[in-house]
Design a protein around this ligand. Structure first.
Ligand SMILES: [Zn+2]
Length: 363
């Protein structure tokens, strides 16, 4: 063997070892994701939307696709890890991915449901932030405050997003600057993939707010119900009727704060400008204060404020949302069976306004 080739191979295996060590210490979720992609060969299609640099490591932003590849079918989008510190969202989606891969081989009903729809999973949108244990991305920008959209009545400051600088969390980035690479790629990918879909549902997994698990929906930046509130109410009613003992609290995000730059507000508004199809962008906020309450030592750890640190509680969290994710797959694959007709639409709109608009918000 020539000495140059030996040197090249040596470099290669050295780089490979360095990456394996980096992932083991800082980003075990990426090792797990890549192992699952190997296991899911033939079931999961994957692509890398961007390579994001952390020192000399280049971390992939993966987009995974399962089910049909017909662009005219409805789409379910599952996202996680936009805030790097909220690792539990990524871990939840990787647990779901494992379940889907192992069930798909034998479960005819899952095969059938996935043949009627497209399932897109972006489990780790901010890998540099996750490797560093940050909420923001590698440039110090909060990706959930980074879209080019301003809130009507932003509050409270600075949680609503600000432009002071990256030293303070919730930084939006510079005025007029393009969106960060992660946010740009996410938006471009979702817009491309959903252009022809007749129905779109998304769930973006976060943690860190309150004692209960909440499902939030637009708007985050204005005191107004989303235009598809009737369709959303119809779907939530299905879930509540089928699973009356569920523990989720469904509510619009503006009940809690009114923030600039929310990516889902932005994607939703752009969608309304161009398409007539129904789009329901949901956010799962896993109630992390419950984990803190049960294990007070977590309060001294930044990671512990956003993630369950006791193993049995982490396992319980990963189990806890299986029902919801399975319901979302069924709701998308069978969407035509429950979408309200014209009188049903008017009825659900009234229910939605009664349930989610406080008197001062009603027209
Ligand atoms: Zn978050």
């Amino acid at each position: 063997m020539g000495s140059q080739l030996e040197a090249d191979l040596g470099d290669h295996s050295g780089a490979h070892r360095a990456r394996a060590e980096y992932c083991r210490q800082r980003l075990p979720e990426l090792c797990l994701l890549e192992r699952l992609l190997n296991k899911g060969a033939g079931i999961v299609r994957s692509r890398v939307l961007a390579e994001l640099a952390d020192g000399d490591q280049h971390l992939p932003l993966y987009a995974l696709e399962l089910g049909s590849d017909n662009p005219d079918l409805p789409v379910l989008i599952l996202c996680g890890g936009i805030h790097g510190i909220e690792r539990i969202g990524t871990q939840l989606l990787l647990a779901e991915l494992g379940t889907l891969i192992y069930r798909f081989r034998w479960d005819k009903s899952l095969q059938h449901r996935l043949s009627q729809m497209r399932l897109l999973i972006l489990p780790m949108i901010n890998p540099v932030g996750m490797a560093r244990g940050w909420r923001s991305n590698g440039n110090g920008v909060d990706l959930m405050r980074n879209a080019p959209i301003d809130a009507d009545l932003p509050h409270p400051w600075p949680i609503c997003g600000h432009r002071l600088g990256r030293w303070l969390p919730w930084y939006r980035g510079k005025t007029q600057a393009p969106m960060q690479a992660e946010a740009q790629q996410l938006c471009r990918y979702i817009q491309e993939q959903t252009a022809r879909a007749p129905f779109i549902l998304s769930l973006d997994c976060h943690s860190g707010f309150g004692m209960r698990d909440r499902i939030w929906f637009p708007y985050a930046g204005r005191h107004q119900l989303m235009e598809h509130a009737a369709e959303l109410h119809a779907m939530i009613r299905l879930f509540e009727r089928a699973h009356p003992h569920h523990t989720y609290l469904f509510e619009p995000q503006f009940h809690h704060y009114c923030s600039h730059g929310d990516l889902w507000d932005y994607l939703y508004r752009e969608h309304l400008k161009q398409h007539s199809s129904v789009f329901l962008p949901l956010t799962l906020e896993m109630g992390s204060w419950l984990w803190v309450k049960k294990n007070l030592s977590q309060i001294t750890s930044y990671t512990g404020l956003f993630n369950p640190t006791v193993p049995h509680r982490q396992r319980r969290t990963l189990r806890r949302h299986y029902l919801l994710l399975d319901f979302l797959i069924s709701a998308v694959s069978s969407w035509q069976n429950w979408m309200p007709d014209r009188p049903g639409h008017a009825r659900h709109q009234r229910y939605a306004e009664r349930r989610w608009l406080k008197r001062e918000h009603r027209a």
